[in-house]
Design a binder for this molecule. Sequence first.
Ligand code: G1P
Length: 302
Amino acid sequence: MRAAKAVIPAAGLATRFLPATKAVPKELLPVVDRPVLQYIVEEAASAGINDILLVTGRGKTSMIDHFDRRPDLEARLEEKGDLDRLEAVRRPGELAEIFACRQGEPLGLGHAVSVGQSHVGDEPFVVMLGDEFMDEDSPLLPAMLDLQAATGGIVLAFIEVPTELVSRYGIASVAPATDVPADLAAEHEIVRVTGLVEKPPVDQAPSNLAVVGRYVLPATIFDAIRRTGPGSGGEIQLTDAMATLLAEGTPVHGVVFRGVRYDTGTPAGYLEAVVELACKRPDVGPTFRRWLVDFVDKDLRG
Ligand code: G1P
């Protein structure tokens, strides 16, 4: 059975973006004219995931408002005949069914996922971290969903990171995957995971394959999270709960992602996402690119 629901943990305080995130959730920071969270929900919807649970926290209710209707605004735009903007305002509400629950205390990613248990039920589900998304031209989720439906286990996505950055990520040790459907293996770089460790010191990392923010998990993860004590940073880590399931025999595979990923979790990564996506946009892109080339030439080189 293919996973049909996604959980998006989005209760964090986003201290890296203060003071911008004092009153605005970081998930609503705009990339061109859409908030980061909308790109993530669009990524889910494109992969056939139309049931999304936002795990939120205090002061972050505006995230849910973004996916609600705005009849007053819609009526205004309709009167003015501004049909493009009317479409843009309606679109978030048409992508998926959005549900919300609260993570009362910031006890870690594993804990955030666990509060979704009663919404998710017994079926496999997707976890999408709220500050990264994949370019629509290089989708990742469909292959992960197909692979999970075939194995019934855990499916992760990896990127290769420079050795000095391994301590920022969950890191995997891997072996060749010999037990996955041939059609998937032919089209994607799939590995079998033999070990997982959260944010290891550089000299103890088993590889440079870093877990990125897309997971397809069986519902047995909830029980494993309950059995997981505080780990890296004193938090209940999803990586540790997945390592427990791995040790107990759950198959764990990873898809090595070579496409374009935007990481808006840091100010520098956020700015890169804004510039890259602005350049790609058919409406503002051509003018923005010309300005950017000019700016780099004159202001930075000269
Ligand atoms: C989380 C996970 C980590 C993963 C990372 C990807 O860490 O705990 O395993 O590699 O996301 O972005 P965080 O960035 O929340 O500290």
